[in-house]
Design a protein around this ligand. Structure first.
Ligand code: NAD
Length: 490
């Protein structure tokens, strides 16, 4: 029988009293890896109280000392890098190189947060009136909750966590119940670092656990990443209780190819964007819009690249694409492909029958391309979150930009061209928070904000970098006067 995962509360590992657990399966093999408890609200309460208590001391630890914990964490993450990456592949299915990339970005966020003594600096203005000074300082909020999705179990909590801690907040992490194992490993590293009890807490669970977080009066902020309907729910319910909220939602990323794009580079980048992590990336390209002659040029080469992609267990050398997360997810994706066919699309590459020898219990779908997708169809508008490329043909860049801007989501939009003028216009007019120019996955480095727009983001300040510092601090402005003889009021 697989182990039951533990919660980490107030500096110690706790077995949950949950009445229900869920099996966590390896998506490539179907093997049960662990059982995750659906922790009840009482355990959220315990963690939130521990974090609130720890905050009273942690906020007083000088920033220069708080980052010493992060330096140690970075060292341990480097030491355990391969183990963490393997854990991501085993529970999520992505290929090992992608899992390594994920852990690298997690570490990069720790590195950036080590700059907090500078990033948290305030402002000072002398003599705003004769003998009176005014200054602004940044103070931490309190207890910060982080709620993560399944598709980047090692990285996404790190868009938030190092900044929250470095700014002097204490933290409660709720990983996805479908991929909770990597966070168990990360919390063992936190334990080794020796953060004071209650500074970092881990509570496993599902929607009931999340709702207890959203309603808890001791929690001051919520950072969420997941699907748009849940992001909307998180934003409204948590902000109704006065919390500061940043909620990143789903996506449907369009990618435009002009006839003057470099054929080989574009083909490689586009297929990596659509099929990397089996399409389960919020920055995966979903819709490929070919302009004018680009259709003739790119259709055959994209089809060939999709057909050639090696699908299998992400741990094996040479494999380029792993499974999707669950059998339910596979059925949903196949249902959407069928919906597209019913709406008049044509199968250019059919990956639906994806039996991988030796992995009969895996949730595999091979790369699929649907051509002739109507811009207004359900398929063109719905997030698929699987290895499916939808191709649309248009005559002009203007039409393509209008199509991009008609979408509900605004996570990413990309253009492939050798025309600086077309790229510049696209950059300026496309309504998305992350833009790629001859780039297929425009993932911001840790020192830039992860800038979703429209239905891809609810809130004001994004994750990572300076935005994270602003999110995790509140400003305090002090106006100060001293006795005449102590000031410059001569
Ligand atoms: P999800 O919304 O199903 O789950 C995310 C988290 O919300 C999980 O921790 C889950 O326990 C919790 N949750 C689920 N249903 C809930 C409910 N009804 N009430 C309260 N909490 C609930 O998302 P997922 O399937 O794990 O992840 C995939 C989605 O995440 C995709 O839509 C993808 O685009 C999105 N995503 C977005 C970004 C981004 O940066 N915008 C990044 C990664 C993933």
């Amino acid at each position: 029988m697989a182990d039951e995962l533990m919660n980490f509360v107030n500096g110690g590992w706790r077995k949950s009293s949950a009445s229900q657990t869920l099996a966590v399966n390896n998506p490539a093999t179907g093997e049960v890896l662990a059982n995750v408890p659906l922790s009840p609200p009482s355990e959220v309460d315990e963690a939130a109280r521990a974090a609130a208590q720890a905050f009273l001391q942690w906020r007083r630890v000088p920033a220069t000392q708080r980052i010493q914990y992060l330096f140690q964490l970075k060292g341990l993450m480097e030491e355990h890098f391969e183990d963490l990456a393997r854990s991501v592949t085993i529970e999520n299915g992505k290929v090992l190189d992608d899992a390594r990339g994920e852990m690298r970005r997690a570490i990069e966020n720790v590195e950036v947060a080590c700059g907090i003594p500078t990033m948290m600096l305030g402002d000072f203005s002398e003599d705003i009136a004769r003998g009176i000074d005014e200054y602004m300082i940044r103070q931490p909020l309190g207890v910060s909750a982080i709620i993560a999705p399944f598709n980047f179990p090692g990285m996404i909590p790190f868009w938030f966590l190092p900044y929250a801690l470095a700014c002097g907040n204490t933290v409660l992490v709720k990983p996805s119940e479908r991929t909770p194992i990597t966070m168990q490993k990360v919390f063992r590293l936190f334990e080794q670092v020796g953060f004071p009890p209650g500074v970092v807490n881990l509570v496993n669970g599902g929607p009931e656990t999340v709702n207890a977080i959203l309603d808890h009066p001791a929690i001051q902020s919520v950072s969420f990443v997941g699907s748009t309907p849940v992001a909307r729910h998180i934003y409204s319910r948590a902000s109704a209780t006065g919390k500061r909220v940043q909620a990143q939602g789903g996506a449907k990323n369009p990618l435009i190819i002009l006839p003057d794009a470099d054929v080989e580079m574009t083909t490689n980048i586009v297929t990596d964007s659509v099929y990397g992590n089996a399409g389960q990336r919020c920055l995966a390209a979903a819709t490929v819009v070919t302009i004018a002659d680009a259709d003739k040029i790119f259709k055959p080469v994209l089809a060939e690249a999709a057909e050639k992609r090696v699908v299998g267990n992400g741990l094996e050398a040479g494999v380029q694409m792993g499974p999707v997360i669950t059998p339910q997810s596979k059925n949903r994706i196949l249902g959407l492909v069928q919906k597209g066919l019913d709406e008049g699309a044509r199968l250019l590459v059919d990956g639906r029958d994806a039996r991988i020898p030796g992995y009969e219990n895996g949730n595999f779908i091979r790369p699929t391309i649907l051509d002739n997708v109507a811009p207004g169809s359900t398929l063109a508008r719905t997030e698929i979150f699987g290895p499916v490329m939808s191709m649309i043909h248009m005559d002009t860049v203007e039409q393509a930009i209008a199509f991009v801007n008609s979408g509900e989501y605004g996570n990413m939009a990309c253009i492939f061209t050798s025309s600086g003028a077309a790229a510049r216009r696209f950059r300026s007019e496309a309504q998305a928070g992350n833009i790629g120019i001859n780039i297929g996955v425009a993932a911001p480095m840790a020192f830039f904000p992860f800038s979703g727009w429209k239905e891809s983001f609810f809130g004001t300040l994004h994750g990572q970098g300076k935005h994270a510092v602003e999110f995790y601090t509140q400003t305090k402005v002090v106006v100060e006067r001293w006795l005449k003889e102590w000031s410059r009021q001569f």
